[in-house]
Design a protein around this ligand. Structure first.
Ligand SMILES: [Zn+2]
Length: 459
């Protein structure tokens, strides 16, 4: 009997220690995304774990302590020319814990959170490094020196300040009346968006289209493009609206590629914000799909209620909605000339990015990436250019009738050649033939040079 008891307690202890070992979280991989003003590190974990993040000076480094964790694979290192991170290293700590040290080139302000599993990933530790830090990392001596300096300079500084009050006129004069078009390439970074049968990522093809649209708009006199994301990193949905507002955008265009279970489904569609969320089952499904991006990207939704309040209260929203609908119709009309449409009328859905109360906003689903033929098209530079051109023409059509006061729409008459452009691309961009372009500019072959200014055939 006693022997049996010992056996059972041994068994109990054994299983307990087994459970403890199983609970240890493994750091499987590291992914990181660099935005202009921040870097996001995502550590894939096998389970939830307690963590802390803090910075140390001399040399500058960020320390990430993970409780009861270990690393199962070596972590990816940033490229040598990375602006912020020079090296990532790690070591076990207190037998059971893991310490990850990020050597830094510049001071940063860290923010971290553990994200619960979603469809695609398990638990993740997300660490955001904000690059815009000026006051951190001052050594005591430096702080003292700075204080003394400030004391000495104070009286002089005050006088300068008084003198420097400049008339507001200067600012007003400098502001040119340009139409600002916010171009929002969907998804990015950790959030790949929809994935095609050949593993094409939505985030990549929509970014390519966005870049082509950017070039078209930049080359149009009186218009200015603003890219919401400038590379492969995630931007929160509300942050996208904020960036557009900060740039004083006159229009917001969100570019996506659609996906559906049935691979035969194809065609482009254009969305505006619905009155009461989604207006149909399909649209509701889509709204869910696109809005899920924030969950994937793991962005905090702190400002949710405030924005929502603004959205609900702002009466100007009705006007914005009408304008959005008009732009959407013009873009849809231009899509019709390229190929099959998924829906022939403007669709409405509750996409978060469309909720700016004062900026007309549309969301374009360029094609179905889940359809093998359309996936192939989306990968081709030529088709991407066609899509960009159709959106661009739609924007022009809209502003021909509804340009804000003081802005006159002009058709581009010249084009300055930048690196990597070809004559056929430029012809496609302006909807003119190669022959017209050649004869007007007296170009015998295809030879063009960077900086050369071409006249664009009119009419
Ligand atoms: Zn999308």
């Amino acid at each position: 009997m006693r022997r049996l008891l010992i056996f059972f307690s041994f068994l109990f202890l054994f299983s307990l220690s087994g459970q403890l070992a199983a609970k240890q979280a493994h750091v499987k991989a590291l992914r990181f995304w660099t935005a202009p003003d921040s870097t996001r590190l995502v550590f894939d974990l096998t389970g939830k774990t307690a963590h802390r993040v803090f910075t140390l000076d001399n040399p500058k480094r960020l320390v990430i302590d993970l409780k009861n964790s270990r690393k199962t694979r070596s972590l990816i290192q940033p490229p040598v020319n990375h602006g912020i991170i020079s090296r990532i290293r790690s070591a076990p700590r207190n037998k059971k814990d893991l310490r990850i040290v990020i050597d830094l080139k510049k001071p940063i302000a860290p923010q971290s959170q553990i994200l619960p599993p979603n469809k695609k990933y398990g638990y993740r530790l997300v660490v955001d490094l904000n690059h815009q830090v000026k006051t951190h990392y001052k050594t005591a001596a430096k702080v003292k020196a700075a204080k003394t300096k400030a004391k000495i300079k104070k009286p002089a500084a005050r006088i300068v300040k008084k003198k420097k009050i400049s008339p507001v006129k200067t600012v007003a004069y400098k502001q040119s009346k340009q139409l600002v078009i916010a171009i929002d390439a969907g998804h990015g970074g950790e959030d790949a968006g929809a994935i095609g049968p050949r593993k094409t990522k939505e985030k990549q093809v929509v970014f390519a289209i966005a870049k082509k649209l950017q070039r078209l708009i930049r080359n149009h006199p009186g218009m200015k493009p603003v890219m919401i994301r400038k590379g492969d990193y995630y931007v929160g949905l509300r942050q996208r609206m904020k960036i557009a507002r900060k740039a004083k955008a006159d229009l917001f265009i969100s570019i996506h590629a659609d996906a559906f279970k049935n691979r035969k489904v194809k065609g482009a569609s254009v969305f505006t914000l619905s009155n009461k969320g989604a207006s149909s089952e399909a649209a509701r499904w889509l709204a869910k799909h696109e809005n899920a991006a924030d969950l994937v990207g793991g962005v905090s939704l702190d400002d949710k209620s405030d924005v929502l309040k603004t959205v609900l209260l702002d009466l100007s929203q009705t006007a914005t909605r009408d304008a959005s609908y008009e732009v959407a119709e013009k873009v849809l009309k231009n899509f019709r000339s390229i190929g099959k449409l998924h829906s022939h009328s403007v669709q409405k859905a509750g996409f978060m990015v469309l909720k700016s109360p004062d900026i007309p906003s549309i969301l374009v689903e360029t094609a179905f990436i889940s359809n093998p033929q359309e996936e192939r098209k989306l990968r081709s530079s030529r088709y991407q250019q066609k899509m960009a051109k159709a959106i661009y023409n739609g924007i022009l059509d809209y502003f021909q009738y509804s340009a804000p006061a003081g802005i006159r729409m002009a058709k581009a008459t010249t084009h300055k050649i930048s690196r990597g452009e070809t004559l056929s691309e430029i012809a496609l961009q302006y909807g003119v033939s190669m022959k017209q372009l050649r004869s007007l500019n007296k170009i015998p072959g295809n030879k063009i040079r960077i900086g050369q200014v071409l006249s664009i055939p009119q009419g």
